[in-house]
Design a protein around this ligand. Structure first.
Ligand code: B12
Length: 215
């Protein structure tokens, strides 16, 4: 793989040149290098942060935001098969979803890929997940952890609703709740009475590994 492949992937995304971005992605895939895959995922994440800033500053519009999201999705679809678990023994179950009203799933999916790679069984509820579906899945699968993703300030209140409903249905103490996503902070976790806020996927996974070990 040429030295500047990751740079080309990042530049391809930021220039919204899907062919260039995917050509670089394919070079990463062909290298079969786990380190290169990790660097590629980080490059996608960083590029999306720049995209968000451009959108926020009015430099880019919704069409560009949507297209950048599509390119990222295509890149991640090609990288995901290289992030499969080496250890087939399950480390425990995690239920994951993006809260009601929120359609962002790239970060959630990155977290899921890392969690599956680490040997966890992940039940992916998808996006725009209503409270009842989160709570139903916790009751059905009795997971070690529930992970909720939230990228919009306007949907942050959904996190607390889910935790409240877990309490009402008597299952709050059976599961650790971790939240993640660009709109959130430590404060969001305490507001929602969640167990933890994860600033990124790896940190979230590390927390869950510790909970798993302490069981
Ligand atoms: C791509 C994108 C989109 C795409 C989403 C495509 C997709 N399939 O996900 C599309 C175009 C659909 C979109 C739509 C909108 N978006 Co948008 N979007 C983004 C953008 C640029 C990148 C998000 C992203 O994927 N980042 C990369 C991933 C890897 O990062 P991440 O999600 O934070 O995830 C990491 C961690 O947070 C963590 N993590 C995330 N979830 C979880 C869960 C668990 C359990 C754990 C442990 C960890 C974890 O792990 C990940 C990897 O480390 C952000 C900008 C930004 N700075 O985030 C805006 C942004 C989130 N969007 C924004 C807005 C306003 C919108 C729209 C309302 C725009 C509009 N006017 O229509 C709509 C809302 C649609 C809806 N109802 O959800 C705002 C939100 C502002 C706010 N605070 O509320 C942002 C911040 C842009 C901005 N600066 O204005 N968007």
């Amino acid at each position: 793989m040429p030295d500047d492949t990751i740079e080309q992937l990042r530049n391809g995304m930021l220039a919204l040149e899907i062919d260039a971005a995917l050509k670089a992605t394919d070079a990463v895939v062909n290298s079969q290098s786990k380190v290169a895959v990790k660097e590629a995922v980080e490059a996608v994440t960083q590029a999306l942060q720049v995209v968000g800033k451009k959108f926020q500053d009015g430099e880019w519009f919704l069409a560009e935001l949507v297209y950048a999201g599509e390119i990222a999705k295509e890149i991640m679809a090609r990288l995901s098969p290289l992030m499969q678990a080496e250890d087939s023994q399950s480390q425990g179950t995690i239920v994951v979803g993006t809260v009601a009203g929120d359609l962002h799933d790239l970060g959630k999916n990155i977290f899921i890929n890392y969690a599956r790679t680490a040997g966890f069984k992940v039940i992916d509820l998808g996006i725009d997940v209503p409270t009842a579906k989160f709570v139903g899945a916790v009751k059905e699968h009795q997971p070690l952890a529930l992970g909720m993703s939230c990228l919009l300030t306007s949907t942050e209140k959904e996190l607390g609703k889910v935790v409240d409903e877990l309490k009402k249905q008597g299952v709050r103490e059976t599961v650790k709740v971790v939240i993640g996503g660009a709109a959130l902070s430590e404060r969001s976790a305490s507001n929602a009475a969640a167990d933890a806020f994860a600033p990124d996927a790896i940190t979230g996974l590390d927390m869950i590994k510790k909970w798993s070990a302490a069981r």
